[in-house]
Write a new protein. Structure first.
Length: 195
């Protein structure tokens, strides 16, 4: 975590019991959360199969302490499966949703992976609430924030890395105001904090 992109979260959340790391990649942020919140229950979600293997390996130490539960899935607004595409530059990079039709059939080329809803992940946490939800989901944040977003009511701090125009497409700023969260801008991440 040389860039310390998630360190601003600690300013707003001094103690955490439950963390969702959505788009956990190889586990760098997951391990960071495990180090600063040593008693927190952490669910780390990563869709790309090879990257998920690295996530499991890289969070093994935290798993010995029973902190991290790796989940191989993509976060989406409905459960099921969907297809991902990845850049040709390497296996351990971001994967993005290709497309999914409304009848549940995946269309287009890509890697088929399970899809899980944020509210279903929250249900696995003690009390069904998260102190922190970190979201780096390569553009899927627009869908997650603009549809079926009642799960935000169970979140104390939402940390989002926006991609392209997803902040505007999701109506993030108005949504945070509606949900009673204050917006804080940082170079890498935008936070919505319940104060």
């Amino acid at each position: 975590m040389r860039q310390k992109v998630y360190s601003p979260i600690k300013k707003h959340v001094k103690k955490a019991r439950a963390v969702l790391d959505l788009g956990a990649n190889i586990g760098i942020a997951t391990n960071y959360f495990a180090s600063i919140y040593p008693n927190a229950q952490i669910i780390a979600v990563e869709p790309h199969p090879e990257t998920f293997e690295l996530l499991v390996e890289n969070t093994r130490h935290a798993n010995f302490r029973g902190l991290v539960t790796p989940v191989h899935a993509a976060v989406w607004h409905e459960a099921g499966s969907l297809k991902l595409t990845t850049p040709e530059s390497g296996a351990y990079v971001a994967a993005t949703v290709v497309e999914r039709s409304y009848d549940g059939d995946c269309v287009a080329e890509g890697i088929e992976v399970p899809a899980v809803r944020v509210q279903d992940l929250l249900a696995k946490l003690d009390g069904g609430q998260a102190d922190i939800v970190k979201m780096d989901v390569e553009g899927a944040e627009a869908v997650l924030l603009s549809s079926s977003n009642d799960w935000i009511d169970s979140v104390r701090c939402l940390a989002v890395e926006f991609h392209a125009d997803s902040r505007e497409a999701s109506g993030f700023d108005a949504l945070m105001k509606e949900k009673g969260l204050r917006v804080y801008e940082y170079p890498h991440t935008v936070l919505g904090v319940r104060e």
